[in-house]
Design a protein around this ligand. Structure first.
Ligand code: SAH
Length: 215
């Protein structure tokens, strides 16, 4: 099955038509084969306007949400980015096309393993994946020019603010376990952070020391 047309339509109707204008983000989303990041039985839905299950009670984010969050980082190409919640690896793949290096943390080992395999198949070699609790960030690789959190957090974990470079941006969903607000925080100076509320959203919970309590 050739998904090129479905992918083009996804980009036009769900991303460009809804106001995402960052040309590099549009190109990355036009290039990455999203269907490879879902199981075979769901591939025909991969370019639909929705999140999809990826097993382990987790989801691959809706394409529009991936585009909005990526564009919110305002990437130029030379950045080192921290991603929390590798999941399927789809958002990781988009980021890897747009920056110098992606550091991605996933707490569920099977998902991290699957993501690693697909990223390797696609020869996206500028990605480091770590299995563990991403709510504490990735201390020995900090600071980051951008941090993207793909799971809903009860509030803003202090470590993300600490690990953000001056001029860097942190994008994360903040709220309760059912719904959140997508928040962007820009570090303007050592102790100067600016916060914007972007839109309502729904993500699976961020589980860990600085997030929700897990089972
Ligand atoms: N960007 C991914 C989203 C996956 S859903 C995609 O589009 O496929 C969010 C992911 O965050 C899940 O895989 C979940 O296991 C992971 N997650 C939740 N809490 C985490 C934590 N503290 N550290 C790392 N990953 C976490």
């Amino acid at each position: 099955m050739d998904y090129t047309i479905a992918r083009r339509r996804m980009v036009e109707q769900q991303i460009v038509a809804r106001g995402v204008s960052d040309q590099r983000v549009i190109e990355a989303m036009s290039a990455v084969p999203r269907h490879l990041f879902v199981e075979a039985g769901l591939q025909s839905h991969a370019y639909g306007d929705a999140a999809l299950p990826i097993g382990e009670k987790q989801t691959i984010s809706q394409p529009y949400m991936v585009a909005v969050m990526t564009a919110a980082l305002e990437l130029q190409g030379s950045e080192r980015i921290l991603e929390i919640g590798t999941g399927s690896g789809y958002q990781t793949a988009i980021l890897s096309k747009l920056v110098k290096r992606v550091y991605s943390i996933e707490r569920i080992a099977v998902l991290a393993g699957r993501a690693r395999k697909i990223l390797d198949q696609l020869q996206l070699s500028n990605v480091n994946i770590k299995i563990g609790d991403g709510t504490v960030g990735w201390e020995n690789q900090a600071p980051f020019s951008g941090i993207l959190v793909a799971a809903g957090s009860p509030d803003v974990p202090q470590k993300y603010l600490d690990q953000l470079d001056i001029g860097g941006r942190l994008v994360l969903p903040v709220g309760d376990q059912k719904q959140q607000i997508l928040v962007r925080i820009t570090r303007k100076g050592k102790d100067h952070f600016e916060q914007e509320q972007m839109m309502g959203c729904r993500f699976v919970p961020l589980i860990g020391e600085q997030g929700w309590q897990g089972s």
